[in-house]
Ligand binder design. Structure first.
Ligand code: ADP
Ligand code: MG
Length: 314
Protein backbone atom coordinates (compact mmCIF):
# COMPACT_ATOMS: atom_id res chain seq x y z
CA UNK A 1 0.00 0.00 0.00
CA UNK A 2 2.90 2.34 0.71
CA UNK A 3 3.85 4.21 -2.38
CA UNK A 4 6.38 6.93 -1.59
CA UNK A 5 6.54 9.64 -4.21
CA UNK A 6 9.08 11.81 -2.37
CA UNK A 7 11.96 10.06 -0.64
CA UNK A 8 14.73 11.83 1.21
CA UNK A 9 17.54 9.85 2.71
CA UNK A 10 20.11 11.39 5.04
CA UNK A 11 19.84 14.53 2.97
CA UNK A 12 22.42 17.07 4.09
CA UNK A 13 23.33 20.53 2.86
CA UNK A 14 26.29 22.48 4.19
CA UNK A 15 27.21 26.03 3.33
CA UNK A 16 30.89 26.02 4.28
CA UNK A 17 30.81 24.77 7.87
CA UNK A 18 27.17 25.75 8.43
CA UNK A 19 24.76 22.82 8.27
CA UNK A 20 21.50 24.09 6.78
CA UNK A 21 19.91 20.62 6.42
CA UNK A 22 21.09 17.86 8.68
CA UNK A 23 20.60 14.20 7.68
CA UNK A 24 16.96 14.58 6.74
CA UNK A 25 15.12 11.33 6.03
CA UNK A 26 11.49 11.47 5.02
CA UNK A 27 8.99 9.58 2.85
CA UNK A 28 5.88 11.20 1.49
CA UNK A 29 3.14 9.05 0.03
CA UNK A 30 1.29 9.59 -3.21
CA UNK A 31 -1.75 11.82 -2.71
CA UNK A 32 -0.65 13.14 0.67
CA UNK A 33 -0.77 16.77 1.71
CA UNK A 34 2.40 17.15 3.75
CA UNK A 35 3.38 20.22 5.73
CA UNK A 36 7.05 20.97 6.31
CA UNK A 37 6.84 23.24 9.30
CA UNK A 38 9.50 25.28 10.98
CA UNK A 39 10.64 28.78 11.84
CA UNK A 40 12.58 31.02 9.49
CA UNK A 41 16.03 29.67 8.78
CA UNK A 42 15.03 26.07 9.58
CA UNK A 43 16.18 24.89 6.16
CA UNK A 44 12.81 24.45 4.45
CA UNK A 45 13.64 26.31 1.26
CA UNK A 46 17.04 24.64 1.04
CA UNK A 47 15.33 21.23 1.28
CA UNK A 48 12.83 22.18 -1.41
CA UNK A 49 15.57 23.37 -3.76
CA UNK A 50 17.31 20.00 -3.37
CA UNK A 51 14.05 18.17 -4.13
CA UNK A 52 13.83 20.09 -7.38
CA UNK A 53 17.44 19.52 -8.33
CA UNK A 54 18.08 23.27 -8.08
CA UNK A 55 20.63 22.83 -5.31
CA UNK A 56 23.07 19.98 -4.90
CA UNK A 57 23.09 18.06 -1.61
CA UNK A 58 26.38 17.82 0.27
CA UNK A 59 25.45 14.21 1.00
CA UNK A 60 22.44 11.93 1.05
CA UNK A 61 19.88 11.42 -1.68
CA UNK A 62 16.58 12.74 -2.90
CA UNK A 63 14.10 11.01 -5.20
CA UNK A 64 10.88 12.50 -6.47
CA UNK A 65 8.51 10.41 -8.63
CA UNK A 66 11.23 7.78 -8.69
CA UNK A 67 13.71 10.20 -10.23
CA UNK A 68 17.01 11.19 -8.65
CA UNK A 69 16.53 14.97 -8.53
CA UNK A 70 20.24 15.71 -8.26
CA UNK A 71 21.18 13.66 -11.32
CA UNK A 72 18.13 14.37 -13.45
CA UNK A 73 16.87 17.84 -12.57
CA UNK A 74 15.20 18.43 -15.94
CA UNK A 75 13.18 15.25 -15.72
CA UNK A 76 12.06 16.13 -12.21
CA UNK A 77 10.95 19.58 -13.28
CA UNK A 78 8.65 18.00 -15.86
CA UNK A 79 6.80 16.09 -13.16
CA UNK A 80 6.84 18.57 -10.31
CA UNK A 81 5.12 21.93 -10.09
CA UNK A 82 7.02 24.42 -7.93
CA UNK A 83 5.65 27.58 -6.44
CA UNK A 84 8.56 29.55 -4.94
CA UNK A 85 8.04 31.95 -2.05
CA UNK A 86 8.40 34.90 -4.43
CA UNK A 87 6.50 34.02 -7.57
CA UNK A 88 7.65 35.90 -10.62
CA UNK A 89 5.25 36.80 -13.42
CA UNK A 90 5.44 39.03 -16.42
CA UNK A 91 3.88 42.02 -14.76
CA UNK A 92 2.79 43.64 -18.04
CA UNK A 93 1.02 40.52 -19.25
CA UNK A 94 -2.43 39.61 -18.00
CA UNK A 95 -3.03 36.60 -15.76
CA UNK A 96 -4.37 34.73 -18.77
CA UNK A 97 -1.38 35.65 -20.96
CA UNK A 98 1.03 34.53 -18.25
CA UNK A 99 -0.62 31.11 -18.17
CA UNK A 100 -0.54 30.80 -21.96
CA UNK A 101 3.16 31.66 -21.85
CA UNK A 102 3.85 28.90 -19.33
CA UNK A 103 1.73 26.46 -21.31
CA UNK A 104 3.71 27.14 -24.46
CA UNK A 105 6.99 26.77 -22.58
CA UNK A 106 5.70 23.36 -21.59
CA UNK A 107 4.98 22.58 -25.24
CA UNK A 108 1.21 22.44 -24.99
CA UNK A 109 -0.56 23.03 -28.31
CA UNK A 110 -2.22 26.42 -28.77
CA UNK A 111 -5.73 24.98 -28.33
CA UNK A 112 -4.73 22.95 -25.31
CA UNK A 113 -3.00 25.99 -23.79
CA UNK A 114 -6.13 28.13 -24.19
CA UNK A 115 -8.38 25.41 -22.82
CA UNK A 116 -6.24 24.73 -19.78
CA UNK A 117 -5.55 28.40 -19.03
CA UNK A 118 -9.28 29.17 -18.96
CA UNK A 119 -10.14 26.08 -16.98
CA UNK A 120 -7.43 26.77 -14.39
CA UNK A 121 -8.32 30.45 -14.04
CA UNK A 122 -11.85 29.34 -13.21
CA UNK A 123 -10.53 26.69 -10.85
CA UNK A 124 -8.54 29.20 -8.79
CA UNK A 125 -11.30 31.83 -8.88
CA UNK A 126 -9.58 34.30 -11.20
CA UNK A 127 -11.86 34.23 -14.25
CA UNK A 128 -12.99 37.79 -13.60
CA UNK A 129 -9.40 39.01 -13.26
CA UNK A 130 -8.07 37.02 -16.22
CA UNK A 131 -7.56 40.12 -18.36
CA UNK A 132 -5.98 42.25 -15.65
CA UNK A 133 -2.22 42.67 -15.70
CA UNK A 134 -0.43 40.43 -13.23
CA UNK A 135 1.35 43.52 -11.90
CA UNK A 136 -2.00 44.75 -10.58
CA UNK A 137 -2.83 41.51 -8.73
CA UNK A 138 -2.89 41.42 -4.95
CA UNK A 139 -0.58 39.02 -3.13
CA UNK A 140 -3.44 36.53 -2.68
CA UNK A 141 -4.34 36.71 -6.37
CA UNK A 142 -0.69 36.20 -7.32
CA UNK A 143 -0.55 33.05 -5.20
CA UNK A 144 -3.70 31.74 -6.88
CA UNK A 145 -2.31 32.59 -10.31
CA UNK A 146 0.89 30.84 -9.21
CA UNK A 147 -1.10 27.75 -8.37
CA UNK A 148 -2.78 27.80 -11.79
CA UNK A 149 0.65 28.31 -13.36
CA UNK A 150 2.06 25.32 -11.53
CA UNK A 151 -0.90 23.14 -12.56
CA UNK A 152 -0.70 23.92 -16.29
CA UNK A 153 1.63 21.03 -16.99
CA UNK A 154 -0.47 18.57 -14.95
CA UNK A 155 2.18 17.71 -12.38
CA UNK A 156 2.05 14.65 -10.14
CA UNK A 157 3.54 16.58 -7.27
CA UNK A 158 3.32 20.23 -6.33
CA UNK A 159 5.78 21.87 -3.97
CA UNK A 160 4.72 25.17 -2.48
CA UNK A 161 7.21 27.25 -0.50
CA UNK A 162 5.41 29.39 2.10
CA UNK A 163 2.28 29.75 -0.05
CA UNK A 164 0.36 31.71 2.58
CA UNK A 165 3.02 34.36 3.20
CA UNK A 166 1.65 37.89 3.14
CA UNK A 167 -1.98 36.94 2.55
CA UNK A 168 -4.81 38.12 4.80
CA UNK A 169 -6.53 35.46 6.96
CA UNK A 170 -9.58 35.07 4.70
CA UNK A 171 -7.33 34.68 1.66
CA UNK A 172 -5.22 32.11 3.48
CA UNK A 173 -8.22 29.97 4.29
CA UNK A 174 -9.44 30.12 0.72
CA UNK A 175 -6.02 29.29 -0.74
CA UNK A 176 -5.48 26.35 1.60
CA UNK A 177 -8.92 24.93 0.87
CA UNK A 178 -8.19 25.25 -2.82
CA UNK A 179 -4.93 23.34 -2.38
CA UNK A 180 -6.71 20.62 -0.43
CA UNK A 181 -9.46 20.28 -3.06
CA UNK A 182 -6.89 20.03 -5.85
CA UNK A 183 -5.08 17.30 -4.03
CA UNK A 184 -8.27 15.34 -3.36
CA UNK A 185 -9.90 15.78 -6.75
CA UNK A 186 -6.85 15.11 -8.86
CA UNK A 187 -4.76 12.91 -6.59
CA UNK A 188 -1.91 15.40 -6.60
CA UNK A 189 0.70 15.04 -3.89
CA UNK A 190 1.35 18.34 -2.12
CA UNK A 191 4.35 19.37 -0.10
CA UNK A 192 4.04 22.80 1.40
CA UNK A 193 6.34 24.64 3.74
CA UNK A 194 5.19 27.11 6.33
CA UNK A 195 6.12 28.75 9.57
CA UNK A 196 2.46 29.37 10.35
CA UNK A 197 1.52 26.20 12.11
CA UNK A 198 -2.06 26.90 12.99
CA UNK A 199 -2.83 27.87 9.41
CA UNK A 200 -1.76 24.71 7.71
CA UNK A 201 -2.58 22.06 10.31
CA UNK A 202 -6.17 21.87 9.08
CA UNK A 203 -5.28 20.72 5.59
CA UNK A 204 -2.18 18.58 6.15
CA UNK A 205 -2.50 14.81 6.38
CA UNK A 206 0.88 14.81 8.08
CA UNK A 207 3.36 17.39 9.19
CA UNK A 208 7.07 17.36 9.86
CA UNK A 209 8.49 19.75 12.42
CA UNK A 210 11.76 21.06 11.18
CA UNK A 211 14.08 23.19 13.31
CA UNK A 212 17.70 24.17 12.66
CA UNK A 213 18.06 21.73 9.82
CA UNK A 214 16.72 18.77 11.75
CA UNK A 215 13.43 16.98 11.55
CA UNK A 216 12.22 16.75 15.14
CA UNK A 217 9.00 14.85 14.60
CA UNK A 218 6.72 13.57 11.86
CA UNK A 219 3.13 12.45 12.01
CA UNK A 220 -0.46 13.55 11.94
CA UNK A 221 -1.29 16.20 14.47
CA UNK A 222 -3.05 13.86 16.88
CA UNK A 223 -0.21 11.30 16.79
CA UNK A 224 2.31 14.05 17.44
CA UNK A 225 0.39 15.32 20.41
CA UNK A 226 0.08 11.80 21.83
CA UNK A 227 3.81 11.30 21.46
CA UNK A 228 4.68 14.63 23.03
CA UNK A 229 2.05 14.90 25.69
CA UNK A 230 2.07 11.30 26.84
CA UNK A 231 2.08 12.21 30.53
CA UNK A 232 -0.35 15.07 30.50
CA UNK A 233 -2.51 14.51 27.50
CA UNK A 234 -5.55 16.32 28.87
CA UNK A 235 -5.51 19.76 30.33
CA UNK A 236 -8.64 21.11 31.93
CA UNK A 237 -9.05 24.80 32.42
CA UNK A 238 -11.49 25.27 35.29
CA UNK A 239 -13.02 28.43 36.72
CA UNK A 240 -13.67 28.11 40.47
CA UNK A 241 -15.05 30.56 43.02
CA UNK A 242 -14.97 30.14 46.79
CA UNK A 243 -12.07 27.72 46.75
CA UNK A 244 -11.58 25.80 49.97
CA UNK A 245 -7.94 25.81 51.16
CA UNK A 246 -7.41 22.12 50.51
CA UNK A 247 -9.14 21.79 47.13
CA UNK A 248 -5.88 21.69 45.20
CA UNK A 249 -4.61 18.92 47.42
CA UNK A 250 -7.83 16.97 46.92
CA UNK A 251 -7.51 17.32 43.17
CA UNK A 252 -3.90 16.13 43.26
CA UNK A 253 -5.06 13.00 45.04
CA UNK A 254 -7.20 11.88 42.10
CA UNK A 255 -5.41 9.08 40.27
CA UNK A 256 -3.84 10.19 36.98
CA UNK A 257 -3.92 13.90 37.78
CA UNK A 258 -0.32 14.96 37.15
CA UNK A 259 -0.38 18.63 38.12
CA UNK A 260 -2.64 21.43 39.28
CA UNK A 261 -1.72 25.05 38.74
CA UNK A 262 -3.67 27.99 40.05
CA UNK A 263 -4.00 31.47 38.62
CA UNK A 264 -6.50 33.42 40.75
CA UNK A 265 -9.88 31.81 40.05
CA UNK A 266 -8.59 29.62 37.25
CA UNK A 267 -7.14 26.15 37.73
CA UNK A 268 -5.11 24.31 35.10
CA UNK A 269 -5.30 20.60 35.75
CA UNK A 270 -3.17 18.16 33.74
CA UNK A 271 -4.15 14.51 33.63
CA UNK A 272 -3.09 11.47 31.70
CA UNK A 273 -6.71 10.49 30.93
CA UNK A 274 -9.99 12.30 30.65
CA UNK A 275 -11.02 13.02 34.25
CA UNK A 276 -13.50 15.81 33.54
CA UNK A 277 -16.32 14.12 35.50
CA UNK A 278 -14.25 13.27 38.58
CA UNK A 279 -12.70 16.73 38.71
CA UNK A 280 -16.02 18.55 38.41
CA UNK A 281 -17.47 16.34 41.14
CA UNK A 282 -14.52 16.91 43.51
CA UNK A 283 -14.78 20.68 43.08
CA UNK A 284 -18.52 20.77 43.70
CA UNK A 285 -18.27 18.42 46.69
CA UNK A 286 -15.63 20.65 48.28
CA UNK A 287 -18.25 23.40 48.45
CA UNK A 288 -16.58 25.57 45.80
CA UNK A 289 -18.51 27.02 42.89
CA UNK A 290 -17.64 25.75 39.44
CA UNK A 291 -18.00 28.65 36.99
CA UNK A 292 -16.32 27.36 33.85
CA UNK A 293 -14.73 24.22 32.48
CA UNK A 294 -12.86 23.77 29.25
CA UNK A 295 -10.90 20.80 27.98
CA UNK A 296 -7.94 22.06 26.04
CA UNK A 297 -7.01 20.30 22.81
CA UNK A 298 -3.44 20.42 21.66
CA UNK A 299 -2.87 22.07 18.34
CA UNK A 300 0.33 22.30 16.40
CA UNK A 301 1.28 25.54 18.08
CA UNK A 302 1.48 23.84 21.46
CA UNK A 303 3.34 20.89 19.99
CA UNK A 304 5.82 23.16 18.33
CA UNK A 305 6.37 25.34 21.38
CA UNK A 306 6.84 22.34 23.55
CA UNK A 307 9.65 21.16 21.29
CA UNK A 308 11.26 24.54 21.69
CA UNK A 309 10.81 24.56 25.45
CA UNK A 310 12.38 21.17 25.82
CA UNK A 311 14.94 21.79 23.12
CA UNK A 312 14.61 18.14 22.30
CA UNK A 313 16.24 16.71 19.23
CA UNK A 314 15.61 13.11 18.39
P1 ADP B 1 13.84 28.48 5.62
O1 ADP B 1 13.35 28.36 4.22
O2 ADP B 1 13.38 27.39 6.52
O3 ADP B 1 13.55 29.82 6.21
P2 ADP B 1 16.46 28.35 4.38
O4 ADP B 1 16.50 27.01 3.78
O5 ADP B 1 16.20 29.50 3.48
O6 ADP B 1 15.44 28.35 5.61
O7 ADP B 1 17.84 28.64 5.12
C1 ADP B 1 18.39 27.75 6.06
C2 ADP B 1 19.72 28.31 6.55
O8 ADP B 1 20.68 28.23 5.51
C3 ADP B 1 19.65 29.78 6.95
O9 ADP B 1 20.45 29.96 8.09
C4 ADP B 1 20.21 30.50 5.77
O10 ADP B 1 20.83 31.70 6.16
C5 ADP B 1 21.22 29.51 5.23
N1 ADP B 1 21.38 29.62 3.77
C6 ADP B 1 20.41 29.46 2.85
N2 ADP B 1 20.89 29.62 1.60
C7 ADP B 1 22.21 29.90 1.73
C8 ADP B 1 23.27 30.17 0.80
N3 ADP B 1 23.05 30.16 -0.51
N4 ADP B 1 24.49 30.39 1.32
C9 ADP B 1 24.71 30.39 2.65
N5 ADP B 1 23.77 30.13 3.56
C10 ADP B 1 22.53 29.90 3.13
MG1 MG C 1 12.23 29.65 3.08
Amino acid sequence: MLDPIIELQDLTKKYDQFIAVNRLSLSIQKGEVFGLLGPNGAGKSTTILMMLGLSEPTSGSVRVCGINSTREPILVKQKVGYLPDDVGFYEDLTGYENLIYTAELNRLSKEEAIRRAKELLARVGLSDAADKKAGAYSRGMRQRLGLADVLIKQPEVIILDEPTLGIDPAGVKELLQLIQRLSRDEGITVLLSSHHLHQVQQICDRVGIFVQGRLLAVGDVSALSRQLFAEDLFILEVGVKQLSPDLIEQLMQIDDVTSVKQNNELLFISCSRDLTGEIAETIVRSGARLTYLNQKQYGLDEIYHRYFERGEVK
